[in-house]
Design a protein around this ligand. Structure first.
Ligand SMILES: N[C@@H](CCC(=O)N[C@@H](CS)C(=O)NCC(=O)O)C(=O)O
Length: 219
């Protein structure tokens, strides 16, 4: 099985299925394509008809789109265990995953994933509303599931993989969030697979100007 991903420093969509495969110990090879280069469009065609990363090839099967890849891995390799088993919790985990997949546009625009940076950004009201919504969501879920484990639904699930790039964004831009959400960010960042991703991101040299938002704290 091969997962095609973009730059680890910037590619929030790539992080989700990569993290899932690593965290769930599913064996895979990774292929890196540098985003926003003249050759990217030609290179990605072989792996994804949508022309975007991430893209998974598993024998004859090709799956593109981060959430679809997570679902495929869950169905094919994890016996459905990567969603909460309780139907109500599973529906809730799917709902917040879809909310992430299709929303938070202002947050994505104004706080692009940039693992290695520590920046200050002046957020618009729309982006602040996105931060507040996620902060409230995380607080409620962490409070409700505190006895089951440290993740959004207690045990690690696809919902955590979907929100991992937000934890990185909060780490980069440091918006004001609650202590419960701050603790959750720390939980995500402390996962060994996240540490591996961040270390690799720090080694990358390509700069994607449009993802370099905000001002560095050191000037
Ligand atoms: N909805 C898609 C979005 C994928 C996406 O936008 N990928 C970006 C990189 S993070 C990409 O490949 N951009 C390259 C391009 O648009 O040319 C998913 O969930 O995988």
């Amino acid at each position: 099985m091969e997962l095609v991903i973009g730059n680890k420093n910037y590619s929030s969509w790539s992080l989700r299925p990569w993290l899932m495969l690593k965290a769930c110990n599913v064996a895979f090879e990774e292929r890196y394509l540098a985003l926003f280069t003249p050759e990217f469009a030609e290179q990605i065609k072989t792996f994804s008809p949508a022309g975007k990363v991430p893209a998974l090839t598993d024998g004859d099967v090709k799956v593109w789109d981060s959430l679809a890849i997570c679902e495929y891995i869950n169905d094919t390799y994890l016996n459905g265990d990567a969603w909460p088993q309780d139907p109500a919790r599973r529906a809730q985990a799917r709902a917040i995953s879809c909310e992430m997949h299709s929303g938070f546009m202002a947050l994505r625009e104004e706080m692009p994933m940039n693992c290695r940076a520590r920046r200050y950004v002046d957020l618009s009201t729309e982006a602040l509303k996105d931060v507040w919504r996620i902060d409230l969501m995380w607080q409620e879920l962490r409070y409700e599931h505190q006895d089951l484990g440290p993740w959004l639904f207690g045990e690690l699930s696809i919902a955590d993989f979907m929100y991992a790039p937000v934890a990185l964004r909060f780490n980069t831009y440091g918006p004001a969030i609650s202590p419960l959400s701050r603790a959750y960010v720390e939980t995500v960042l402390a996962h060994p697979a996240m540490a591996e991703w961040m270390a690799a991101a720090a080694e990358e040299e390509q700069i994607i100007e449009k993802a370099e938002a905000g001002q560095a704290f050191d000037g």
